[in-house]
Design a protein. Structure first.
Length: 492
């Protein structure tokens, strides 16, 4: 046991060390600084003392500027002055999104005004030569297209995962479209756009920088988030802008997707020897099969049905108020059922749960916040965290108790967690218009189970405590959800 822990710790530290080295290497030689544009936080990356065109970079819904760093690093290393920023309601931007999301003159207009202010500030930076391009992902692809049509200074558009009703056969004049090969609907839209100008995906119409030019490409083997780490996409963006602005400055592509996974793998693996430092506890008894199935499935169905009968709007965050209640009701139903069955575990192991949460938030969260997405919230998100926390803890303690603090057989883990995800799916089906955005938490929960969930399972199996496992995971889940959902005050 001791030898296994030592080997695990050594492998973990090697993974973390190598991963961090590879993550920091693309930043070497760049000048990286912070910029505030009113209340909008931005990051500037450039070669020191360069004179060059500016590229303003915008992330998608529920993202943050860190998500766009692969493209930003690649273009900065290619000699451009690059500025990424947190859109209203996202990341560490304290201003919530507002306006009517269904109206072009509502939320869209406000986000266009914001990117206009960021563009003004970027063009005022030392070394900016007056030329500017816009690059945006997903939701922001529509914003940059519309802003390019409204702002004559914009010389090129790089739209990643594009969908915008503003695109026509003639406008924007100079546009590259990049989709992941696995983005079926968005890729089909790009193919339709190219067909309107008599071309196919992979073709180039016109010459960038010499009037009308358009190209659409599919980055192989990636989807809606993976496209942001695609070497193909980054290379295409760099070459399109080089052609537009008559530049031939090339440098390496910022391939940081692999190093991110390597570093996070190391952090997860480090949790094993650390968990084994905790005091060993007794094994929780297995819940009988019939009771387990009832407790896994019935609350999953009942929770969305119950909440469909009550008003769930009380937070200025898209669907986070509903999710807070969903977690609380689901967890309460499972725990009540366990109490009736006589299988409710003793509430012990709280300090171990706090240690689990602290390790996950500091080690894992630190890597995420620097290299992947905003993870450390501004003060305005703390009330959101406080609102989600009780329900998240209830749900995760219930999950841990149902799964014997991580010792349950694999099929039970799959049933319990798929049942919970199905429960959210039922909620979306019952109120699709309002709760559609619950779909965005699926990748968050997937990452949660593959990372924090694994560490939590080690803590639970070591301590034999559902509270230790559930409390730690509940705190981390509430934190992750509180920093993911955009702040919003407006009309949905």
């Amino acid at each position: 046991m001791v030898l296994r822990d030592i080997l695990a710790a050594l492998v973990a530290l090697v993974c973390i060390g190598l991963g961090l080295f590879l993550l920091e290497r693309p930043r070497a030689g760049l000048e990286i600084s912070s910029l505030m544009v009113g209340e909008t936080p931005a990051t500037v990356m450039q070669v020191p003392e360069t004179t060059a065109p500016v590229v303003v970079i915008a992330h998608g819904f529920a993202g943050s500027r860190q998500l766009m760093h692969p493209y930003q690093l690649t273009l900065a290393r290619a000699g451009y002055i690059t500025v990424s920023y947190d859109l209203q309601g996202h990341g560490r931007n304290p201003l919530p999104m507002s306006g009517d999301v269904n109206s072009i003159d509502g939320t869209t207009r406000l986000l266009m005004e914001e990117i206009g202010r960021v563009t003004d500030a970027a063009l005022a930076l030392p070394g900016a030569d007056g030329r500017v391009a816009l690059l945006g992902h997903s939701m922001a692809s529509d914003i940059i297209v519309r802003q390019a049509l409204a702002d004559d200074r914009v010389g090129a558009v790089v739209a990643i995962s594009l969908f915008s009703e503003a695109v026509t056969a003639a406008e924007p004049e100079n546009m590259l479209v990049v989709n992941g090969a696995w983005e079926g609907a968005l890729r089909a839209e790009a193919q339709r756009i190219m067909a309107e100008v008599g071309a196919a995906e992979g073709d180039t119409v016109g010459t960038p920088g010499e009037g009308f030019a358009r190209r659409a490409v599919a980055a192989p083997m990636v989807e809606h988030v993976g496209v942001l780490y695609s070497a193909t996409g980054m290379r295409e963006a760099r070459e399109w802008l080089n052609a537009t602005f008559g530049r031939d400055y090339r440098s390496g592509i910022a391939n940081i997707g692999g190093p991110v996974l390597l570093t996070l793998l190391g952090v997860v693996l480090l949790g094993l020897p650390l968990a084994n430092l905790l005091a060993e506890g007794p094994r929780l008894p297995e819940v009988p099969k019939g009771a387990f199935l009832a407790l896994a499935l019935a609350p999953a169905v009942l929770t969305p049905l119950i909440l469909s009968l009550v008003e769930t709007r009380f937070l200025p965050v898209l669907v986070a108020d509903y999710l807070a209640l969903h977690l609380a009701v689901y967890g309460s139903l499972v725990l009540a059922g366990l109490a009736v069955e006589g299988d409710l575990p003793k509430l012990r192991g709280g300090p171990a749960g706090i240690l689990l949460a602290g390790f996950a938030l500091i080690a894992f969260g630190g890597v995420l916040d620097r290299y992947v997405a905003s993870f450390f919230p501004h003060a305005g998100r703390l009330p959101i965290l406080a609102a989600i926390l009780p329900g998240a803890v209830l749900a995760m303690v219930a999950d841990a108790a149902l799964l014997q603090a991580g010792r349950a057989r694999i099929w039970r883990r799959w049933v319990a967690r798929l049942a919970f995800l199905t429960s959210l799916g039922i909620a979306v089906a019952l109120d699709f218009e309002r709760l559609f955005f619950l779909i965005i938490i699926l990748p968050v929960i997937g990452l949660f189970y593959l990372s924090f969930g694994v560490i939590g399972g080690w803590v639970g199996r070591r301590t034999g405590s559902a509270l230790a496992m559930g409390l730690g995971l509940g705190i981390v889940l509430a934190w992750a959800l509180a920093v993911t959902f955009p702040l919003f005050t407006g009309t949905t």
